[in-house]
Write a protein that binds this ligand. Structure first.
Ligand code: ADP
Length: 189
C-alpha cells in the first residue's frame, strides 16, 4: 500500500496537538510525525532531528532556493519554520504514513502538493470563547500572546472550508472517535 499523508491544521489552541498525539499512539494507523525544520535557536533540552531540524537562517534560505520545502514561513526576521520534502521521503521510505501538525496556510500547501494522497483536516474549536479559555488554561502564553493568537485565529477560521474535512473539537472523547473514523477510512481507500 502506498504511504499516505494526513494533515492537521488549526488555529493555535484548537486541539491539533492533542488529536495528533492520540492518533500517533494507535499502531494500526502506522503514522509517523513529520519533524519540522526551523532556524530559531535550540532551547534547553531540545534535540536536533527529534524536536526540529535546527538550521541556520542561511542554511534555511539555501533550502528555500533549492525548492526543498513543502511549505515554509518566516515568522519574523530570520526565524523560519518549514516542512522538508526529504522528511516525508524519509518516513514513507520506511513504509510509514505521515502526519503533519502545521498552521493553516502550510497545511493547504502540503495538501496541494500531495493531492489525493493527502487528507487535510481542519480542527475547529466549538467557539472563539472556548478557544480563548483553552489557551488560558494551557498556561503556555502571556496575556499579550493570547490576544495575538485569538486575533490570528479569527482570520484562520476563514480557511476552514478549503480543507477536506472540518473536525469540531468539542468533547474530547467524541473528537477522538471522529478522528479515528476519518483517518481509518482514508487509510483504507
Ligand atoms: P493546538 O495544538 O491546536 O495549539 P492543543 O492540543 O495544545 O492545541 O490544545 C490546547 C489546549 O486545550 C490544551 O491545554 C489541551 O489539553 C486542551 N484541549 C484540547 N482539546 C480539548 C477539548 N476537546 N476539551 C477541552 N480541552 C481541550
Amino acid at each position: 500500500m502506498k504511504p499516505k499523508v494526513v494533515i492537521f491544521s488549526a488555529p493555535s489552541g484548537a486541539g491539533k496537538t492533542t488529536v495528533v498525539k492520540h492518533l500517533l499512539a494507535m499502531p494500526e494507523f502506522n503514522l509517523s510525525f513529520s519533524i519540522s525544520a526551523c532556524s530559531r535557536k535550540k532551547r534547553e533540552g531540545e534535540v536536533d532531528g527529534k524536536d526540529y531540524y535546527f538550521l541556520s537562517a542561511d542554511e534555511f534560505r539555501k533550502k528555500i532556493e533549492n525548492n526543498d520545502f513543502l511549505e515554509w514561513e518566516e515568522v519574523y526576521a530570520d526565524h523560519f519554520y518549514g516542512s522538508l520534502k526529504s522528511e516525508v521521503d524519509r518516513l514513507t521510505a520506511a513504509g510509514k504514513n505521515v502526519v503533519f501538525d502545521v498552521d493553516v496556510k502550510g497545511g493547504l500547501n502540503i495538501k496541494k502538493y500531495y493531492g489525493e494522497n493527502a487528507l487535510a483536516v481542519f480542527v475547529m474549536p466549538p467557539s472563539v470563547e472556548v478557544l480563548e479559555k483553552r489557551l488560558r488554561d494551557r498556561s503556555t502564553d502571556s496575556e499579550e500572546a493570547i490576544r495575538t493568537r485569538i486575533d490570528k485565529a479569527v482570520y484562520e477560521l476563514s480557511f476552514a472550508e478549503k480543507f477536506d474535512v472540518v473536525l469540531v473539537n468539542d468533547k474530547l472523547d467524541e473528537t477522538f472517535a471522529k478522528a479515528e473514523k476519518l483517518i481509518g477510512d482514508f487509510l483504507k481507500k
